[in-house]
Design a binder for this molecule. Structure first.
Ligand SMILES: [Zn+2]
Ligand SMILES: [Zn+2]
Length: 834
């Protein structure tokens, strides 16, 4: 195929845009649009999946520019984290140098793809001018009691030698190396995101522009339940244990307790030797492969789900401790079991077992011959525990429940709660599954935690005015030893206490990279500020983000963290909004033709550079847009570039026939012939369709409608008609967000001096998009039998079909055979029957 000269055109316009600073953001904005794509994690080369993400956002940004918005469309780099450190270990490279090289290569690739980023606002999270403010964020959280140090059992990856957040444990394995994750007790820094649980949950209702599935995932992850906490006494020791339940109406039916293997109570509970041994073996086994992390079931590469107990089909296992608690209401003995279907992190890590009314408990009780007590039954039915084949989980009448007998169980929930409150053995309680955010990492390549440990003063914050705490660059041994490499760097570790001026030690841990990415969207509004993280005035101009595009895999990680940061910064007066983004869009992935995720190691990754070198940027863009709606996966074969080339070549050829002298053309619609009117109508239908499809990100159908219009345009004679130029010009404008280089070139050739992106997006003619209706007469054997109202130029087959369905016509053709159909377009159809 003879291609239009894309190489010259693309180089010319990329140079021109840079010279003219076309994408430089203008402030203060009058009519603003903040278009944000998730910034890039510097783990290696940019592949076609990134390319897709960025060119999707680019269509929106350019469309908004042409609609008179001042657009903020920035880009940056999530540059701390493990890959750089791993490269340092493997290739003995310097992590900073490795990262910066990586950024340089990736930036070139992205610049090649013609995306309208304002590069003057680039942020790089691993540079001191950025992480200074990440440390500032930490100090602000600390100041407001939202950062604290706590001992905790943490997820520990023995391969990466580091702590992992719950969100980074995928089916019990490390999200990076897939090693089996174990547990370890460590002193760690946490952010108290749980203080915001209720608001993070309630404000999901404000996010009407977010996908429903993401909101549901966040809701489940936060996992709010309202219920009652009840105190049981351990028989023999008098020690108290509290359990949380949403079904206090079943309290009289409690016959056992299931204690999570990680629960601290097990270390104080005295047991007979034979039970003790059994329990210890069980705990050991469970922390190796069946720890609470095992019960977080997200699927790798897809979407994280909230932590739940193991699926109901799993075999329930447990061991008896030999000890009992006393049911405070029934006074009956309750067996204490250890069972790994209980999450240590939920409630108190102990759940009450009500086998009569909970299927999971029922199965457990049957397996271990624990008594089943019926305390709720359907109206007019007597349930008997030895005949039950499954738990009765529905509401019903309370029985065997002392003074509550005969009460409707739903009412019982409140009454039992009031009663236990009154007698002082329980209380109303709200529980969340959400845990505090563990942010300490025992790694080098991250923002140092700006805290100092002094023997005299305890933990002391680094004063704000001497930030940043710089990462040392010399003499680092990166090899993981299960402690931060910074712990061994004397020049870093040893410092003076800001309070007593005595000798003190810096905290050796660095922050989770998700801290860096929780606030980058604010920094873009004022990226060079060295006095503040951003100016309050500038951030107020731009926030909230109008559209945020990125992967759905961040549903319960980044997308929750950045909402938390936004609310916190709003509370302390730094932000004008308490939600960061009005609209969220999750683009689909690009997979290879077998549906496999692309990766360098598998050798199936497609480089956008190769693609663009071969086909040009605009053809590559069209091929990706056209492959599927933006939210759907693409199985990439590369074949789409053929159709895309043909399409753009056609446009190029059509445009070359435009006469510049026609540009100030005037034409009267009424004076046009019917054929030309149809083309005019089709053009405006196309403008309407493309405008609507851009807003819903259905670029494939937008492109299809432009392709279709080309067929219509073919019928116009470029020599004789000013409307030809008119049509090609409008088409070029609506194509511009998709193929910016080609559109700019054609626009210039049409004689325009300013960028096409400064031209006004065409408005569609509202009258023209409505199809003109005509009346078609239906004859049977030459006699008029009915009339039909149809859109102009409706085809013969369609009119015939409508005629045959018409009741008035049916009578005259029943039992007969159509031998001939005569059709006069827009006037009549005659059915000849015999
Ligand atoms: Zn790992
Ligand atoms: Zn001190």
């Amino acid at each position: 195929m003879q291609m239009y000269p894309f190489k010259e055109i693309e180089e010319k316009w990329q140079r021109r845009w840079e010279e003219q600073k076309l994408y430089k953001t203008i402030e203060p904005p009058r009519k603003k649009y903040y278009m944000l794509v998730m910034f890039a994690y510097t783990s290696g080369d940019i592949h076609i999946g990134h390319f897709r993400n960025y060119i999707i956002g680019d269509v929106i940004a350019r469309y908004k520019m042409m609609n008179g918005y001042q657009v903020l469309h920035p880009f940056g780099w999530d540059a701390f984290g493990l890959p750089a450190e791993e490269a340092a270990i493997k290739h003995k490279a310097n992590p900073e140098q490795w990262t910066l090289n990586n950024i340089e290569n990736s930036r070139e690739t992205i610049k090649r793809s013609g995306v309208s980023f304002d590069w003057d606002r680039e942020v790089i999270t691993c540079l001191p001018d950025y992480y200074k403010w990440t440390q500032w964020m930490f100090l602000k959280l600390y100041e407001h009691d939202l950062a604290y140090r706590g001992k905790s059992q943490v997820n520990w990856c023995p391969h990466c030698n580091t702590v992992l957040a719950n969100e980074q444990v995928i089916q019990g394995r490390c999200w990076r190396c897939e090693e089996e994750v174990t547990k370890k007790e460590l002193e760690q820094w946490f952010f108290k995101i749980t203080d915001y649980a209720e608001r993070l949950l309630n404000d999901l209702d404000k996010l009407s522009g977010w996908p429903e599935n993401i909101k549901i995932m966040q809701k489940n992850w936060i996992g709010k339940s309202v219920g009652t906490e009840v105190d049981f006494t351990i028989e023999g020791s008098g020690e108290q244990i509290s359990v949380f339940t949403t079904r206090p109406d079943t309290l009289y039916g409690v016959t056992f307790m299931a204690i999570s293997p990680e629960s601290p109570i097990l270390s104080t509970l005295s047991m007979e030797p034979k039970y003790k041994k059994q329990v210890e073996d069980y705990i050991k086994k469970s922390s190796l492969c069946r720890g609470s992390i095992h019960r977080i079931p997200p699927r790798r590469g897809l979407i994280n789900q909230a932590p739940t107990n193991k699926s109901d089909t799993d075999e329930k296992e447990g061991v008896f401790t030999g000890r009992y608690a006393i049911n405070p209401l029934s006074r009956e003995k309750v067996q204490l079991w250890v069972a790994d279907y209980v999450l240590a992190t939920y409630g108190t890590g102990i759940v009450m077992g009500v086998p009569g009314h909970d299927q999971r408990d029922f199965e457990f009780a049957k397996k271990y011959k624990i008594p089943v007590n019926v305390v709720i039954q359907p109206k007019d039915v007597n349930l008997s525990s030895d005949k039950m084949e499954q738990a009765y989980e529905e509401p019903g009448i309370m029985v065997n429940s002392d003074k509550f007998d005969g009460l409707w169980s739903k009412k019982g929930i409140d009454e039992v709660t009031d009663y236990v409150e009154k007698i002082g053995i329980g209380r109303k309680k709200t529980n969340y599954k959400l845990r505090d955010w563990l942010i300490s990492r025992q790694r080098y390549w991250g923002a140092p935690i700006p805290m100092i440990h002094c023997e005299k003063c305890g933990t002391v914050a680094v004063p704000e005015k001497i930030l940043p705490v710089l990462l040392p660059k010399e003499n680092i041994d990166f090899f993981p030893k299960g402690r931060s490499p910074l712990e061994d760097v004397k020049s870093f570790r040893e410092t003076t206490c800001p309070r007593c001026k005595g000798k003190a030690q810096r905290d050796p841990d660095t922050m989770d990279t998700f801290v860096c990415s929780s606030w980058y969207l604010f920094r873009y509004t004022d990226p060079k500020n060295d006095r503040e993280p951003f100016s309050k005035e500038k951030v107020a101009w731009w926030l909230p983000v109008d559209k945020y595009i990125g992967g759905a895999e961040h549903a319960t990680g980044h997308l929750l963290y950045f909402r938390f940061f936004t609310k916190f910064l709003f509370d302390i007066g730094w932000l004008p909004v308490d939600e960061p983004a009005t609209e969220l869009f999750n683009h689909g992935m690009v997979l290879d033709q077998n549906g496999e995720v692309m990766s360098k190691s598998k050798g199936n990754a497609v480089s956008p550079i190769d693609l663009m070198n071969e086909n040009g940027v605009d053809v590559s863009r069209i091929a990706v847009y056209f492959a599927a709606p933006s939210e759907k996966e693409i199985l990439w074969t590369g074949e789409g570039t053929i159709g895309a080339s043909r399409f753009l070549n056609r446009i190029y050829n059509f445009a070359s026939k435009v006469k510049i002298t026609d540009l100030n053309r005037k034409f009267k619609l009424e004076a046009l012939s019917d054929d030309v009117k149809t083309t005019y109508r089709k053009l405006h239908q196309t403008i309407k369709k493309v405008s609507e499809d851009i807003l819903t990100l259905q670029f494939n159908t937008a492109i299809a409608s432009m392709m279709e219009f080309l067929n219509q345009l073919q019928g116009l004679n470029p020599e004789s008609s000013q409307i030809y130029s008119y049509c090609v010009e409008k088409l070029t404008q609506i194509l511009a967000p998709f193929t910016p280089h080609l559109a700019e070139e054609l626009w210039e050739r049409f004689g325009y001096k300013e960028s096409i992106f400064k031209s006004q997006w065409p408005e569609y003619d509202k009258k023209a998009v409505i199809e003109e209706q005509v009346t078609v007469v239906i004859q049977v054997n030459g006699k008029i039998r009915a009339t039909l109202e149809v859109p102009q130029n409706t085809g013969k087959e369609q009119i015939e079909r409508m005629a045959l369905e018409n009741d008035k016509v049916k009578n005259f053709i029943q039992g007969k055979r159509i031998v001939k159909t005569i059709h006069v377009p827009n006037k009549l159809i005659n059915l000849v029957v015999r």
